[in-house]
Design a protein around this ligand. Structure first.
Ligand code: ASP
Length: 324
């Protein structure tokens, strides 16, 4: 009886704490963990969002870059954080779908995270340093074939989207490149612009500003349609690598156990942010497509995430990608 009473009191206390936390949440700064380097595509997206979420939530959302192992360290940092809504994380197709198939993770990517929102999807651009001899995709393929294992390709780590796209490319053309891993596509881009590496499969968001500034050149976009913001770049189908489609979708998650009402406040702030015309314009300029409203929700993200895991896990496992 006494034990039951204590249990009842504890339950009542936690319910009060739960609703009180939602009423006062957020009462301090929120950390948004980006699992790649500053200046890269995920970081750029996170910073646009953090700025707008700060306005919705009335508290500063700061971006923290926890890098390494193709984003697995940053995702682990979110999983292990206190589930109070003050630490959340952004991730994408490779951190939340590819990595669980190739890294020995100590957590469950679906069960140890609370989905918040699905925010955008972005194709890749195949880009090269400005003075690389090939001038289009067909001549690049010939060049890679004529220089096996020599053409250097920057990646954001083993299993990162940039790496998986490169492997897909190798498989399609039947020749190898030399992958150079970085802690994110941000520093890889710096080296591409400086002429230190030859090519990169990069999220359009990261490359578009540099292509527009004439600092690098683009050979193709890895989607069925051309980018609205850069219609001069041909699709892979048009340029000579039919079917090499890879798009990198991004979502946000909180640690498992985050009070439902706190998670709901965060989801609402994210969804409000991506409905803002200024945010939409910035995303569009970077080739980021915002999903339909029904897909943006926590439930929409969970359903999409599950379907992507089902689709890709067997394919990635079959590819036998090794962590060096
Ligand atoms: N998302 C990575 C970054 O922001 C790039 C990648 O996955 O290839 O650097």
């Amino acid at each position: 009886m006494r034990r039951r009473m204590i249990a009842g009191l504890m339950l009542a206390a936690s319910l009060v704490a739960g609703s009180a936390s939602a009423q006062t949440f957020p009462s301090r700064q929120i950390t948004l963990v980006v699992p790649f380097s500053a200046g890269g595509p995920t970081d750029t997206l996170a910073r646009i969002l953090a700025e707008r979420m700060t306005r919705s939530l009335g508290q500063t959302v700061i971006v923290e870059n926890t890098t390494g192992a193709a984003g697995t360290l940053g995702v682990a940092r979110v999983v292990r954080s206190a589930p109070d809504g003050y630490t959340i994380g952004i991730g994408h197709w490779s951190t939340h779908v590819v990595n669980p198939a190739i890294y020995p993770l100590k957590f469950d990517i679906l069960e140890d995270l609370e989905p918040l929102a699905y925010i955008a999807t972005n194709p890749q651009l195949l880009v090269a340093r400005k003075d690389l001899p090939p001038t289009d995709l067909k001549s690049l393929i010939d060049y890679v074939k004529a220089n096996p294992d020599k053409v250097t390709a920057g990646t954001a780590g083993v299993g990162a989207a940039s790496h998986i796209s490169g492997l897909y490319f190798e498989q399609k053309i039947g020749a190898k490149v030399r992958f150079i891993p970085y802690r994110g596509a941000g520093p890889a881009m710096q080296d591409l612009m400086a002429g230190q590496i030859d090519i990169m499969f990069d999220q359009a968001a990261n490359s578009i500003p540099q292509v527009q500034a004439g600092k690098i050149k683009a050979f193709a976009v890895t989607s069925k349609q051309r980018l609205k913001s850069m219609p001069d770049i041909p699709t892979v189908d048009q340029a000579g690598l039919p079917g090499l489609y890879i798009s990198v979708w991004h979502g946000l998650w909180a640690p498992k156990g985050t009070p439902k009402d706190v998670a709901a406040k965060l989801s609402a702030a994210i969804i409000e942010s991506i409905a803002d015309p200024q945010v939409r314009e910035k995303f569009a300029g970077l080739g980021q497509e915002i999903p339909e409203p029904s897909q943006q929700t926590a439930a929409g993200l969970r359903a999409y995430h599950e379907s992507e895991l089902k689709l890709w896990t067997p394919l990635i496992k079959a590819a036998g990608i090794k962590i060096e």
